[in-house]
Design a protein around this ligand. Structure first.
Ligand SMILES: *[C@@H]1O[C@H](CO)[C@@H](O)[C@H](O)[C@H]1NC(C)=O
Ligand SMILES: CC(=O)N[C@H]1CO[C@H](CO)[C@@H](O)[C@@H]1O
Ligand SMILES: [Zn+2]
Length: 423
C-alpha cells in the first residue's frame, strides 16, 4: 500500500514537473504593447524573440506600429526595467492574461452547459464535434461533399478535411486550412463557416461549379484539444509531439515546412514558442499536409491558411524581404479579396509579404506551398480578433466567418480562371 502510494506520488511528480517545465503559466502573465523609436531599440526588443517566457504576438516591421508580447510573471519586472533603461516606451494592454483567459473560458463553457445540444458554431467546437459535423454533412450532402483524412496527428487523431465538388475530374482547386496554431480558435470556425455555407446554402453552389474546394479546418487537432481542456492551456500554440530527453512538448508547425527551414525567425530550442522541430517535416501534421498537397499536383491554384490575429493578408516570402516574381498578381488578388471582405462590416486588412509587413520567419506553410508545391498563389490570413480582447469571443464566430467568406469567393473566382483585373 505504502509502496503504491510512493510510486503514485513519484509519477504524479514527474508529470507535474514536466508540465511545469513546458507550459508557461498564464497567471501573472501580462500583455505589453511596446513602441520603439529607433532601429536599435527594435533590435533590442527582438533579441527576446524565442526566449523562454516571451510570446511575441505581433512584431510589425515598421517602427510606427507597436510590438505585442506576452511575458510570464517571473520575467516581467526585469524586462520592464530593461525597456525603461533603454528608453523604450510600453503600455500594459492586458493586466492579467490568466484572469482574461479564465473569464473567456468560463463564458465559453457556460454556454455549453446552458445549451448542451450545441449547434455547430454557436460556440467554439471541440475536435470531435468538428469531425461529427463534417461527417453529418457528408451524409446529408453526399452529392457535393466528401470527407477525407490527410493523415494522423501525433496523438493519433484523424486530420479530417472535406472536398466540395460538383463532380468531374481535373478541375482547378482552392485549398484552405486552419488551426495550425492551436490557440487561434477563430481560424477553425471561419473554415467551418465556409464549409457550412458551401454545403448547406444552395445559393452558394455556383462558387464550385467549375472548381474543387478542399478545406482542412483543424490541422493541429492535438494542440486544439489541449487548449480546450482547461484555461491554463488556452495559450498553447504548438503541436503536442514529445521527444526523448526533452522536457518540452511540441513544435511550431508553421516553422516546420521544408523551404528555407530554420534560416530565420525560428528557434532550435525545443521549449521556445517558435521551435522549428528536429528536422523539417518532423511533425506528422505538417508531413500529412505536404503529402496531400503534393498528391494534388498542379490542380491547386490557390492556398490559404487561416491564423489569428492581426488583420494581415500576407503572401510569400516569409524567409526573405525579396518579393516573389508574381508579386503583382498576389497583391492584386489580395486587394480584390480585401475590398470585398471589407464591404461586409468595414474590416480592413494590411496586405503584403510576410517579411515586409511583419518579420521574417522561415518554414511557414505558405512559403512551402508556393516555393515547393508549385501552387500559384499562397496566403496567410491573420483573422481579426484583437479588437475584442485577446481571444475572440464566440459572438465573433459568425461575423468573422461571414466577412471572410466574401474573400473566399474572390479567391475561388481567381481559381476558376477569372483574371485579377476582372475580379
Ligand atoms: C445563403 O447565401 C446567400 C448568398 O451568399 C446569403 O445571402 C444568405 O444569407 C445565406 N443564407 C444563410 C442562411 O446563411
Ligand atoms: C491529382 C493528380 O493529378 N495527381 C498526379 C500528380 O502527378 C503524378 C506524377 O506525375 C501522377 O501520377 C498523379 O496522378
Ligand atoms: Zn498563427
Amino acid at each position: 500500500m505504502k509502496v503504491h502510494l510512493i510510486i503514485l506520488l513519484f509519477f504524479s511528480l514527474c508529470i507535474w514537473t514536466q508540465d511545469a517545465a513546458y507550459l508557461p503559466s498564464i497567471y501573472g502573465m501580462q500583455g505589453l504593447r511596446i513602441s520603439c523609436d529607433t532601429e536599435l531599440q527594435l533590435k533590442y526588443v527582438r533579441n527576446y524573440e524565442g526566449s523562454l517566457g516571451f510570446d511575441f504576438i505581433k512584431i510589425p516591421r515598421v517602427l510606427q506600429k507597436p510590438i505585442e508580447v506576452l511575458v510570464v510573471a517571473e520575467k516581467l519586472q526585469l524586462f520592464k526595467n530593461n525597456l525603461i533603461a533603454n528608453g523604450i516606451n510600453y503600455e500594459v494592454f492586458l493586466e492579467d492574461v490568466g484572469a482574461h483567459i479564465d473569464k473567456q473560458f468560463a463564458l465559453e463553457y457556460d454556454e455549453r452547459i446552458v445549451n448542451p445540444k450545441n449547434e455547430i458554431l454557436k460556440t467554439f467546437p471541440l475536435y470531435n464535434e468538428i469531425t461529427l459535423y463534417l461527417e453529418s454533412l457528408q451524409n446529408s450532402h453526399s452529392d457535393i461533399l466528401q470527407t477525407f483524412t490527410i493523415g494522423k496527428s501525433f496523438e493519433n487523431r484523424d486530420i479530417i478535411g472535406v472536398k466540395i465538388s460538383s463532380g468531374g475530374s481535373g478541375k482547378p482547386a482552392l485549398f484552405i486550412d486552419a488551426g495550425i496554431h492551436a490557440r487561434e480558435w477563430i481560424a477553425p470556425t471561419t473554415a467551418i463557416y465556409a464549409i457550412k455555407q458551401l454545403a448547406e446554402n444552395a445559393s452558394n453552389s455556383y462558387i464550385f461549379d467549375n472548381i474543387d474546394i478542399y478545406i482542412v479546418p483543424c490541422l493541429n487537432p492535438d494542440g486544439y484539444e489541449f487548449t480546450h481542456r482547461n484555461s491554463a492551456n488556452r495559450m498553447w500554440r504548438k503541436t503536442r509531439s514529445t521527444k526523448k530527453f526533452s522536457p518540452c512538448v511540441g513544435v511550431d508547425a508553421n516553422r516546420n515546412f521544408d523551404f528555407e527551414w530554420m534560416t530565420v525567425g525560428a528557434s532550435s530550442n525545443p521549449c521556445s514558442e517558435t521551435y522549428a522541430g528536429v528536422t523539417a517535416f518532423s511533425e506528422p501534421e505538417t508531413s500529412a499536409l505536404r503529402d496531400f498537397l503534393l498528391s494534388k499536383n498542379n490542380t491547386i491554384k490557390v492556398y490559404i491558411t487561416f491564423h489569428s490575429y492581426g488583420n494581415f493578408l500576407l503572401h510569400p516570402w516569409g524567409y526573405t524581404e525579396e518579393l516573389p516574381t508574381n508579386e503583382p498578381t498576389l497583391r492584386c488578388v489580395a486587394d480584390k479579396a480585401e475590398n470585398k471582405l471589407s464591404q461586409k462590416r468595414g474590416t480592413h486588412y494590411e496586405i503584403g509579404s510576410s517579411t515586409n509587413v511583419l518579420y521574417a520567419a522561415a518554414g511557414g506553410s505558405d512559403d512551402w506551398a508556393m516555393g515547393v508545391a508549385g501552387i500559384e498563389l499562397a496566403y496567410t490570413m491573420e483573422l481579426p480578433s484583437q479588437r475584442y480582447g485577446f481571444a475572440a469571443p464566440r459572438s465573433e464566430i459568425i461575423p468573422v466567418g461571414q466577412e471572410t467568406f466574401e474573400a473566399i469567393k474572390i479567391f475561388a473566382k481567381y481559381v476558376e480562371g477569372v483574371k485579377c483585373q476582372d475580379l
